[in-house]
Ligand binder design. Structure first.
Ligand code: SAH
Length: 375
């Protein structure tokens, strides 16, 4: 790696690459050329970018770099799900999960190292928060997965969907998330359609409003409870942004969009906590005038959690109540549970944890951080 290298081109979307080349007296189409080399061909050596002039290649080599993550560990689930723990340049680590399904492949990416929110049923929360990922570090997950999967000859379009449902709250890392999505959707990079990239949020209302104005992307909202009293306990962010305001923001998000545009509401199924028929009816009522789909997520347990997963029959009955009231409801099949790759089980490795984490560690001395990779 070049010693002087500084600008990591991996994370620059078109709206940053074009001015970058303009400053160098280069034409705007250089941006497309670079994106194709890096993101479609996986080339990180400027000298191999043969449609650039030798002068430009040398200048890029002197001033820039294409820094990609390295692999710490890889795990494969019996169901085909794959989890990669990727090492960042500062030795933090993040997790990325690939979920193959018939006719599509979904990549679940992380947006932060750890998470600052404190959802009580999520194991990432126990890690505390370290820092935001850069646009390059977010896109790097897709870059990496694509390289690995293509190498295994699974075809160039093996990743059809990206969901921001790994570690972190993407809307608390707003600008970097938007830049990364912009690259994911660019035809000269990954060319994913707007319905194929989903940002999942705990409900950061001001950022939801900004997102709508910045980029056309699908939105999933982690609701998990039909009333504030319960949601305050499960998703503490609710105390700041309560349900009524959150649903109003959801309506603003879809306003003016195609009629088919819906918000996906995620609802983790916790036995005897939020999974009764009463909760289902209350949820249906809440969502009646929001264009919505509901995704029921069977709780994925982790050590020392007080919660239990709802029985399948309870989940089915809950789903039936919603369906009867006209709400499309899908129960998310747990994937990768045997490799701790399922929702809420991602922990990566977080260096220099935040004060909240230290507080947490004082409260609960020996919280085991499961599945921590050893570098
Ligand atoms: N911060 C974002 C992304 C988080 S993870 C958000 O809150 O939406 C994606 C989904 O997994 C969220 O809906 C989250 O609430 C859910 N989840 C977290 N922990 C879980 C667990 N242990 N079991 C099942 N789902 C969980």
């Amino acid at each position: 790696m070049n010693q002087k290298a500084s600008i990591n081109l991996l994370g620059l979307p078109r709206h940053r690459l074009e001015p970058f080349f303009a400053e160098q007296g280069e034409k705007a189409f250089r941006a497309s050329q670079i994106m194709k080399w890096v993101h479609q061909h996986g080339i990180t050596d400027f000298q191999k970018m043969t449609n650039l002039s030798r002068v430009l290649r040398n200048r890029l080599q002197d001033e820039c770099e294409i820094l990609v993550p390295s692999l710490l560990t890889e795990q494969r689930s019996a169901d085909g799900t794959r989890k990669w723990v990727l090492r960042l340049s500062d030795d933090n680590a993040i997790e990325t999960v690939f979920i193959p399904e018939a006719g599509r492949g979904t990549l679940c990416v992380s947006s932060q190292v750890g998470c600052a929110l404190d959802c009580t049923f999520c194991s990432t929360a126990r890690q505390g928060f370290n820092r935001n990922l850069s646009p390059a570090e977010i896109v790097a997950q897709l870059w990496y997965a694509q390289r690995v999967l293509i190498d295994h000859q699974q075809g160039p379009r093996v990743i059809t969907n990206v969901v921001f449902m790994g570690m972190g709250e993407p809307l608390l890392n707003f600008e970097n998330t938007v830049d990364a999505i912009s690259l994911m959707m660019d035809d000269h990079a990954y060319g994913l359609g707007k319905r194929k990239v989903t940002v999942s949020t705990s409900g950061v209302i001001p950022a939801m409003d900004r997102l709508k104005d910045r980029i056309d992307v699908s939105l999933a909202v982690s609701l998990h409870a039909p009333n504030d009293e319960l949601r305050d306990r499960l998703v503490p962010l609710n105390r700041k942004y309560p349900i009524k305001d959150l649903l109003a923001a959801c309506k603003r998000f879809v306003r003016g969009k195609n009629r088919k545009h819906t918000i996906t509401f995620e609802y983790v199924m916790l036995a005897d906590v939020n999974d009764s028929q009463f909760h289902a009816r209350a949820l249906a009522k809440l969502l009646q005038d929001v264009p919505s789909k509901v995704n029921l997520i069977p709780f994925n347990p982790f050590p020392k959690t007080p919660y239990r997963r709802s029985e399948d029959s309870v989940i089915d009955r809950f789903a039936a109540v919603l369906q009867q009231r006209g709400i499309t409801t899908i129960t998310r099949r747990t994937r990768g549970g045997d490799i701790d790759a399922a929702c809420g089980q991602l922990v990566g490795k977080v260096l220099d944890r935040s004060r909240r984490q230290r507080r947490f560690m004082r409260l609960e001395r020996d919280v085991p951080v499961q599945n921590r990779p050893t570098p």
